[in-house]
Design a protein around this ligand. Sequence first.
Ligand SMILES: Nc1ncnc2c1ncn2[C@@H]1O[C@H](COP(=O)(O)OP(=O)(O)O)[C@@H](O)[C@H]1O
Ligand SMILES: [Mg+2]
Length: 371
Amino acid sequence: MKVGILGAGQLARMLIQSGQNLGLQFTTFAPERSPCVDGLAEQQVAQFQDKEKLQSFFDAHDRITYDWENLSVTTLREIRECEKKLFPSLSVLEIIANRYRQKKFLNSLGIPTAPHALITEESGLIDAVQTLGLPGILKTNQLGYDGKGQKRLKDLGECQTAWAELGRSELEYESWVPFKRELSLIACRSVRGEEKFYPLAENHHVQGVLSETIAPAPVTESMQKFAESYAQKIFQAVDYVGVLVLELFETSDALLVNEMASRVHNSGHWTIEGAETSQFENHLRAGLGFELGGSQALGYTAMRNIIGNWQGTEHIQEVFPDILVHDYLKESRPGRKLGHLTLQGKTHEQLIQNLQTLRSFLAANGPKETV
Ligand SMILES: Nc1ncnc2c1ncn2[C@@H]1O[C@H](COP(=O)(O)OP(=O)(O)O)[C@@H](O)[C@H]1O
Ligand SMILES: [Mg+2]
């Protein structure tokens, strides 16, 4: 079976690696050649708005998925057989690609989010800040990722500069959520309607970028079920196919959805070694109509991102032989996700101990800007 991936980053890399056991053939489609998929897939280099190239890409593959949400929905809408071949579907992508629309969709299903407002002009921002209060966070409505296109607001006087800094484009203002923990749920639904849920994972962000994931997170059975019920509502509402990720805020009395992603996700990388079947393999299984693999955790697993300017990835295993290194083969650059490390423990306590040792090592020897 021939599978096309729109995007050619590390998520595409790991999708391809997991799909090789399934006997699949892959091509990626992206505006530039990517070292992440070099030698693993054929690469088509073209703009996402190039309708003709996109159409032949769709024609040449049985199924198409994506590793990046910022695609051109307008162009995809004009592609023959897009609805038949693309997973998760174009209608899901349209909802996801716009923060405000995404929150409206979630709220319409009774799923709670942070209080929020759409901002289209500076005076609207002042109104929203007055209504929703401070502190808050201002986000570009589209094209944001890894904390980019965001500004935290503590004072009404900051509105003018924030509005200018974020490009005077359509924005979303959200109340600051005093969360206890950030969690994420990796869920998956197949073309056949089969559903799987991974155990909730705990995420640690630094400056809006994911740094670590620990899984399974110590949570009650009822919290797990509660999160799954959110995903089930979404599955039913849009006849969902593929991996769906919910980023969650746990507060003292609620579980809010921060955002959703219709693709495999950084907070699910732990599933490669830490679960019966990885998020990558299950995403492909889901879209291709295969039976889904198990989603149970195997012991306790942590994932630590390697971000920024660093040449140490190749040598870390000399210091920590039990750590698994995933090098995305990208050129080192400030702020860039270069790879991730996976470490495991037989118990949660042992895992945290191993993680502490790694944190101390990276604090002294890791990428300087790390997160
Ligand atoms: N309303 C909020 N309240 C508190 N923290 C927030 C809020 N929105 C975002 N954050 C923090 O910033 C991180 C990145 O924001 P997010 O909306 O997930 O953007 P991105 O699309 O860049 O991942 C979150 O994981 C969280 O740590
Ligand atoms: Mg996020």
